[in-house]
Ligand binder design. Structure first.
Ligand code: WQD
Length: 339
């Protein structure tokens, strides 16, 4: 069965392509290469021995999206990762985010509805919850006003899909709300490839240990948490990728109980920034150079998932620990930095 993965050369996309291929799916990747490189194709192929079909495609170009689907009528499922995802950048360039994350979703959905089988997995985010009132966060936690245009595009994206599902009963969709994806494939053939200065914690940690960055700034140690630093749910990217395959199979096998479902994807465990640093130092044997800095605007104090719905309904559970994820991130950094 042929599956389309948009943004399939990106961090989570590439790991999901590997898991799909290992489950026997034929994969078509479209990517505009704005935040990824074609070399990722070699990494995927080195792991699975199967080269995915690749087409460079900017999903903002409506006619080209329609043409793509005319040429691939045998697609039975879509996993839609393609989007801009830097929270800070979205504050500075909101219209770029609304165009690249919303227009493209509408063009995708219009084409998917013309397929014989419309099974759609949407890459969403725990940012839709904002600062949730209670921990751990369940799927029924209230959706708070978005703290950034990026988070708003995920909220709007879910609403667009939900409205589409209401009208087209044969269209089935699952939104997966990621917590904090980290780490890399254990083969170190694929991993996170941040462009420029990393915004996210773990690539900044590994680049600091690799000597690429001088020092890690811990954004705030005066939060109302046990050690004063923010708490997050760090989930291994391979666990996250496997969840996408399980969700897709749920739709392909018509096991969904409604045609729009939502699942939180995390480990269920919260870790502070200092605990993440300690885990890295333990598994790498490296002493990390860091200092405390002012809080980063927009950061929530804590966010970690209640994973019972994904565990019980989806039949999926994260298996890797924070240590496993940190070690895989470090092994990948050493590979890409030639250490
Ligand atoms: C984690 C913690 C920072 C960098 C991200 C995505 C978001 C969503 C969830 C996908 C925070 C601290 C960071 C640094 C630091 N993913 N930090 N120094 O902000 O939780 O959200 O994952 O949808 O879109 O942005 O992740 O890794 O940026 O920050 O102290 O140099 O690490 O303050 O407490 P975040 P992050």
């Amino acid at each position: 069965m042929k599956i389309l993965v948009t943004g399939g050369l990106g961090f989570i996309g590439s790991h999901t392509v590997v898991e799909l291929q290992e489950k026997g799916f034929e994969v078509v990747i479209v990517d505009d290469l704005s935040n990824s490189t074609i070399e990722v194709m070699e990494g995927i192929t080195a792991i699975t021995g199967k080269r995915p079909i690749f087409e460079k495609l900017d999903l903002k170009e409506k006619d080209k999206v329609e043409d793509f689907f005319r040429r691939h009528k045998d697609i039975v499922g879509v996993i839609h990762f393609a989007a801009s995802k830097a929270v800070g950048e979205s504050v500075e360039k909101p219209l770029l985010y609304y165009e690249n994350n919303i227009n493209t979703l509408v063009y995708m959905l219009k084409s998917v509805l013309n397929l014989d089988a419309s099974n759609f997995i949407f890459s969403s985010s725990c940012t839709v919850y904002g600062q949730a009132d209670t921990m751990p966060i369940t799927e029924s936690a209230p959706i708070k006003p978005a703290e950034s245009p990026y988070g708003n595009t995920k909220q709007i994206g879910e609403e667009i899909i939900q409205d589409t599902c209401k009208v087209y009963s044969e269209f089935k969709a699952i939104a997966l709300r990621y917590f904090n994806p980290i780490g890399a494939h254990p083969s170190a053939n694929i991993g996170e490839l941040p462009i420029g200065v990393p915004q996210n914690l773990v690539p900044f940690i590994t680049q600091t240990a690799a000597g690429i960055r001088q020092q890690l700034s811990v954004f705030g140690n005066d939060y109302p948490t046990p050690d004063g630093t923010c708490i997050r749910d760090y989930i291994h990217v391979v666990d996250l990728a496997k969840a996408h395959v399980v969700a897709l199979q749920r739709l392909l096998e018509n096991k969904n109980t409604s045609n729009f479902e939502v699942f939180n994807l995390g480990t269920g465990k919260g870790s502070s920034v200092l605990e993440a640093i300690e885990a890295f130092e333990k598994v790498s044997g490296e002493k990390l150079n860091y200092t405390f800095a002012p809080r980063r605007p927009g950061d929530v104090i804590q966010a970690y998932a209640d994973t019972s719905k994904a565990n019980e309904v989806l039949g999926w559970k994260a298996k890797s620990t924070l240590d496993d994820a940190m070690l895989s991130a470090w092994n990948w950094e050493k590979k890409v930095s030639n250490i």
